[in-house]
Design a protein around this ligand. Structure first.
Ligand code: HSE
Length: 337
């Protein structure tokens, strides 16, 4: 499988590490032998080699290094030209999410689908802006369009709802969908300041490039919009949702909740006709109050199964890298000839 990687930050680092460490296992167990033929970033340009660029060399330059450290590759192609290269079969979008325009990732997703290339995106922007249009285009061209990592990283929140719960009607979704804010709230319960906890979340690779999206609730709102589109077919703009974040919470607020056997949690909730993200004080008896650190949780309320809850990693390099791997394997399985 020949892959073009768009974005070379934390998530790409997680994916490349997994591909390197599991190379033998992926080949033996699934017959899956990926090759990274191109990389595109906004600030560092592009590199391309149709026979593949060694993952060990890419790992040396993720996040910061200079592309010129990699020799015998082309540096002259722009992203849209790279997408059109006949050797490229799959594009992976890992660049930062823009919730207003979805760009430039939205154009890249359409360019890839129009050229019959499969798309894996962990970038939420394109889906928040145009979920229905992208799905329709992917169906028209018969290509894979996969986005498990956009909600709860590699914890299979979308596959659970769309595949495992197929046949049941989901009437409500409710959960903790942002790892950074849950991590900050947990660290503040352990006595850390808001600022120190946010810095740690950034160091761990949980936070968005601009952590304002995390702490003001927009990242959770983006994920909720994707869930609402996937589950209910809702065309929900995040600007139309009631959204609040955790900015403004103080150590005193956190401690007074603890003294009352309660915890603050940023809760995202949607039904077919409503959606909101808000900070709530939950009793410690509520299952969501026990979800700590960068862990996320989602509860689907269904007609046939009652409540079904999934808890797992919600952010981070390896969990999000795993989300991409699971989508790549789904493409490999579905389209292998
Ligand atoms: N910034 C996001 C979070 C990353 O903290 O949950 C995963 O989408």
């Amino acid at each position: 499988m020949n892959i073009l990687l768009i974005g070379l930050g934390n998530v790409a680092h997680g994916l490349l590490t997994i591909l390197q460490e599991k190379s033998d296992e992926l080949s033996k167990r699934y017959g899956f032998t990926p090759s990274i033929v191109g990389v595109a970033t906004r600030s560092r340009g592009t590199i391309y080699h149709p026979e593949g660029i060694p993952i060990s060399e890419l790992l040396n330059i993720t996040r910061k290094g200079d592309f010129r450290e990699i020799e015998n590759v082309r540096y002259d192609l722009d992203v849209l030209s790279l997408i059109q290269q006949p050797d490229v079969q799959v594009i992976i979008e890992t660049s930062p999410s823009n919730f207003e325009t979805g760009q430039p990732a939205l154009d890249y997703c359409y360019a890839a689908l129009n050229a019959c290339k499969h798309v894996v995106t962990v970038n939420k922007g394109p889906l928040v802006v145009d979920y229905a249009g992208l799905q329709q285009r992917a169906n028209e061209v018969g290509c894979g369009f996969y986005f498990e990592g956009t909600v709860m990283s590699g914890t299979p929140s979308l596959r659970l709802a769309l595949e495992a719960l197929r046949g049941a009607k989901i009437t409500r979704v409710r959960g903790i969908l942002n790892g950074t804010t849950n991590y900050i709230l947990t660290q503040m319960e352990n006595g850390m300041t808001y600022g120190d906890a946010l810095s740690l979340a950034q160091d761990q690779g949980y936070a968005e490039a601009d952590p304002t999206d995390d702490v003001e609730g927009w990242d959770a709102a983006g994920k909720l919009a994707i869930l609402a589109a996937a589950l209910f077919g809702t065309k929900l703009k995040i600007s139309d949702m009631k959204v609040s974040g955790i900015n403004g919470i103080t150590s005193t607020n956190v401690q007074s909740a603890q003294q009352a056997d309660e915890r603050w949690k940023l809760i995202a909730e949607a039904t077919p006709v409503s959606a909101s993200v808000r900070l709530m004080r939950l009793p410690v008896s509520d299952p969501l109050s026990g979800v700590s650190g960068a862990v996320n949780a989602v509860t689907y309320t269904t007609d046939l199964m009652g409540d079904v809850t999934l808890i797992g990693a919600g952010a981070g390099r390896v969990p999000t890298g795993f989300a991409i791997l699971s989508d790549l394997l789904a493409i490999h399985q579905r389209f292998k000839s």
